[in-house]
Design a protein around this ligand. Structure first.
Ligand SMILES: O=C(O)C(=O)C[C@]1(C(=O)O)C=C[C@@H](O)C=C1
Length: 293
């Protein structure tokens, strides 16, 4: 099953970008949620394996909503754990309904309302102070939500602060680009997981050669992994180049470390040496998909 990754939606938010960039290569199932609370709840209820949540911005400081959820004063999310981080460079644009203004050079100052996520205002204060002093500001659940609102409204002269990606997604114009106060504007996202659902797995890679003339030699070798509680996760072969049609087997196996199985790999290797022509321990590492505790 693909990894389920929750993030603040709708699609084309900065959180979506961060989730896609941090989990894209794992072909994850990216799940937009309408609030940070919903993303936390999905994780706690095992409806998501990970959540990608902003916690801090280089220009505007902490995302207090996230800190409040992590503070978890009423113990609603006891199993939510941080397992990683991701830095996203954040470039904001001013989005307006398609065709509303010909260009920024010809903008007549008629926008009456601006929409964005509360975090984004503070990242664009210089631009807003210069061109939109006194214009009404409406907080919305995400920058992408702001883009969606201005793409749909037909009466109002609204503007949204969001990404170029959101403009393309919602079919709005980009009236001005790079309106953030600082070109190095960066948001740090925390990667969260459910500490109960997914424990850290350690993976080990072992290679061995067996006597192909001996029936059951491979089965005997694989049974040793089973005996020591080592879960087989992949088997590959390459020609041994010693004899034609003889192979080196590469076996990857995983285990959730515990007091009982801490010597499992060592014990399995001792037994493997007895049933194989040769065998080699190629190393153990923390499985990236189960992440760090
Ligand atoms: O509104 C979005 O697009 C989000 O993903 C949220 C968020 C945030 O809360 O920090 C993410 C990155 C930017 O800093 C602005 C907004």
């Amino acid at each position: 099953m693909a990894l389920r990754v929750a993030f603040l939606g709708p699609l084309a938010s900065f959180s979506h970008q961060a989730a896609a960039e941090s989990f894209g290569r794992l072909s994850a199932d990216l799940q937009p949620k309408s609030s940070f609370n919903d993303a936390f709840a999905a994780l706690q209820q095992n409806q998501a394996d990970f959540a990608v949540i902003p916690c801090e911005n280089s220009t505007n400081g902490s995302v207090v909503q996230t800190l409040d959820l992590l503070a978890d004063r009423d113990n609603s999310y006891p199993d939510v754990k941080v397992c990683g981080e991701y830095y996203l460079t954040v470039h904001h644009c001013l989005l307006t309904r398609k065709g509303l203004y010909p260009s920024w050079a010809e903008y007549d100052g008629s926008i009456t309302k601006l929409y964005t996520h509360p975090q984004a205002w503070g990242q664009c204060e210089t631009f807003l102070g210069k061109y939109f002093k006194g214009v009404e500001r409406q907080d919305v659940s995400s920058t992408s939500k702001g883009g969606e609102i201005v793409s749909k409204d037909s009466e109002e002269r609204g503007g949204a602060i969001a990404s170029r990606f959101a403009a393309e997604h919602h079919g709005t114009d980009v009236l001005v680009e790079n309106i953030e106060d600082r070109a190095d504007n960066t948001t740090r996202f925390l990667i969260l997981r459910n500490g109960c659902a997914l424990e850290t797995t350690h993976k080990t890679l072992i290679s061995f050669l067996i006597d192909h003339a001996s029936p059951g030699a491979l089965a005997n070798a694989l049974l040793i992994f089973k005996k020591h509680g080592l879960n087989l996760t992949s088997i590959n072969t390459r020609p041994s180049l010693k004899k034609p049609w003889q192979y080196i087997f590469f076996v990857e196996c995983g285990r959730t470390p515990s007091e009982e199985n801490k010597d499992a790999v060592h014990r399995a290797l001792i037994e493997l040496r007895e049933v194989t022509e040769s065998c080699r321990d190629l190393g153990t590492w923390k499985d990236q998909l189960s992440a760090n505790a």
